[in-house]
Design a protein around this ligand. Structure first.
Ligand SMILES: [Zn+2]
Length: 432
């Protein structure tokens, strides 16, 4: 059993009724114990940059200056600004292939410029591509390397009672939106997050990532609990290399939130393809959907629960319906012959509910549904999204699952839930 260095760290989220508990990180691998010794080096760095890069360029032998990428900055311009010669700049572009895309420098992110001698060109450029990762451009040996920082993963837990919406309740308490989104997505098969009630209770066990003692994002949501409308739901995360996803504690997968197809027994005639030749327009036009051919009048089903966002007609789309499933996912169904009864903007639909019928309205050669799927506002190939496996775990795999997830289930069961207007429960350290 591995005990995290930060067992002693604990935190309380919220003022009124959320309690949070820091757990030892028995489940996660502390990424790089060896590197932690760097943090304990006695040097007194004048700048936080030395915490991350001082092992490469120790103080006071090197000067590390920070530059913030500005809108419109590009690699050539930046290297010129810092006196890197053109040949070197080009070689670094060559060397970065497959490691980092130089066109993806983001305004606002930092680039650290390292000097051995302040009167000469820099010896390195370090681009902080994410809070936990950097790209090291070594100008002495012309190498480019992507490096992960020694992030520590601590297992933490939180519990609370909803007083308004889940989002409002958690946002008011400063819980990261990332955790809320993960809970929403892990529990979406069971809990209708559009209709959360005052008094509903929840718990979550998750990995919190720390760098130098500061939160730098969330790892996995390891388990969650929800109590709503008199029923309790548990999900735990399981990954044994072959099977992964969220399951109920008995090994039943948190089942697919979305049907794989909006029509039963249909044939796919055209897949999502960014470079597809359009049969009617006779030119290359990306096809950001999947076409399912089916006879006229075949029922079209909502692939998931949601709210009808649009019911309309355009020359290209013909009759179409668009559904918003949650903050992340939307789906759209084109070329309908007619809409199903009662399908109007703002109406709630259930997974599998008939929303319309196959036709060829709009720009279509024959009867089919063009099915489009959005993730965070971008059209994606829904067939490539990973859905949890459909059948329950059995035999040895079920045994594996039980062993691996038992500690999480135990935490979820034993974690006390503070009630509204109750002061936060005293911070505990659970021993697992
Ligand atoms: Zn299509």
């Amino acid at each position: 059993m591995q005990w995290s260095k930060s067992i002693g760290r604990s935190f309380v989220v919220g003022m009124m009724f959320l309690g949070a508990i820091a757990l030892p990180s028995y489940i996660s691998t502390s990424t790089s114990e060896e590197l932690l010794t760097v943090e304990e080096a006695p040097a007194l760095p004048p700048d936080p940059a030395y915490r991350d890069y001082g092992h490469l360029y120790p103080y006071p032998f090197y000067t590390i200056e920070e530059y913030r990428i500005r809108p419109g900055d590009y690699w050539g311009g930046i290297t010129r600004r810092f006196g890197v010669d053109y040949t070197m700049s080009m070689s670094l572009i060559q060397r970065s292939k497959g490691i980092f895309d130089m066109r993806k420098l983001v305004a606002g992110k930092s680039l650290h410029v390292v000097y051995r001698d302040p009167c000469r060109p820099p010896v390195a450029l370090i681009y902080r591509s994410s809070p936990t990762e950097y790209i090291h451009f070594n100008l002495r040996d012309t190498t480019v390397e992507r490096v992960a920082l020694p992030v520590e993963r601590v297992v933490e837990a939180i519990a609370g009672t909803i007083d308004e919406s889940l989002w409002l309740t958690l946002q008011k308490q400063n819980v990261s939106w990332e955790l809320i989104a993960k809970m929403e997505s892990a529990l979406a098969w069971a809990v209708d997050f559009y209709h959360i009630n005052r008094g509903d209770r929840f718990k979550a066990v998750y990995e919190q990532k720390y760098l130098h003692g500061e939160k730098v994002g969330l790892g996995k949501l390891l388990g969650a609990y929800f109590h709503t409308r008199g029923r309790e739901y548990y999900v735990v995360y399981f990954d044994n290399g072959r099977t992964k996803g969220y399951f109920a504690p008995d090994g039943t997968p948190a089942k697919g939130r979305f049907l794989r197809s909006p029509v039963k027994f249909a044939r796919i005639t055209s897949r999502y393809n960014r470079r597809r030749f359009h049969p009617i327009l006779k030119r290359v036009r990306p096809h950001l959907g999947t076409d399912y051919a089916a006879p006229y009048g075949t029922p079209i089903l909502a692939v998931g629960d949601g709210v009808v966002e649009r019911v309309g007609y355009t020359r290209g789309n013909g009759r179409y319906v668009k559904i918003r499933h949650d903050r992340v996912y939307q789906s759209q169904y084109l070329h309908m012959s007619r809409f199903a009864k009662g399908i109007r903007r703002g109406v709630r639909v259930r997974q599998g509910q008939v929303i319309g019928y196959v036709g060829s309205s709009g720009l279509a050669t024959g009867p089919h549904v063009c099915f489009r799927f959005w993730k965070n506002g971008r059209q994606v190939d829904h067939l490539k999204l990973i859905f949890p496996p459909p059948s329950p775990l059995k035999g040895a795999e079920l045994e594996d699952f039980r062993c691996a997830t038992a500690p999480i289930v135990e935490v979820l069961e034993s974690l006390p839930i503070p009630y509204p207007n109750q002061s936060p429960s005293p911070v505990d350290k659970l021993t697992l």
